[in-house]
Design a protein around this ligand. Sequence first.
Ligand code: ZN
Length: 323
Amino acid sequence: MQTNSVREAIPAEVSALAVGCEDLDPFALDARMGAVVRARQRIDWQTGRLLRVFLDRRLYRLMGFSSAGRYLIERLGSSARKARALVALERKTWQAPALGDAYRAGDLSWVRAFTLVPIVTQATAAAWISRAQEVTVRRLGDEVEWALCGRDGVTPVAPPPAGATLDGWQTCARTESELADSEIIFTAPASVVALFRTAIVAFTSRTEWYWLGCEELLRHVRAEWTAQPRHRDPIFERDGWRCAVPACTSRRNLHDHHILFRSSGGENVRHNRVAVCAAHHLHGIHAGRDRAWGTAPGGITWELGVRPGRPALLRLEGDRYAT
Ligand SMILES: [Zn+2]
């Protein structure tokens, strides 16, 4: 019986998906990979539920493991980070069952579902799920950040209007009621760690959590940084100091690109200019692999993976996948 339920979790057709893959075109390969990933999500879903029960009951202690992390690595050979994320997603679906349904059915990828965890409620689930199906993961992350900044911790927050500019969220202060929900670990020489610790303590008032002090420290650094007089590039500023090519997250080596090339009569006006990273600029756009047209910042159509005489691999309107 147990074997049957495990078999049911793995669709029979999954094993056939890799057959003949050498001969497939990119679209068919992409579709097959999507199918494999959706099948895996059904397994991940079961894993999350089982793990949650197991970890809640601290059964790893009975087995002699000092921590859940040790159990996950040693017994399951699983990444502790992924396992914790699966459990977090499973827990979230108690408050927002629609999120769980969409994830389990494969309508929402693992990354997208997990991006929604901090913000989604049952009341807002439909709107967030539908947004998550339309836009890039990068844009979805931005919108969740935006919503987290504006919330009071009680009222559910729906996604911003489609295509809205998300001004101001990058500098917002979080509400005091919010709990720390992620962990940042870094390795450094002991002297640097000690200095960092001292700085955090200096920015933490006696009754506060250290992470609030850390936030205060970062805010101070940012304020000092932005107070320095320097050249602000209006195009980079408008595009958030990030490559505008959909799904690219590069903030390094930004170039100011003319959407309609200067050589083709493109004007030097702001709506014909966009921030792109050096790699996308030189090896993507000017090598003919990527194509962009329209008006910046909101009205650019992107074609990625352009191939002579054949359709481009991906097409997006701004951060939204074109169907
Ligand atoms: Zn880029």
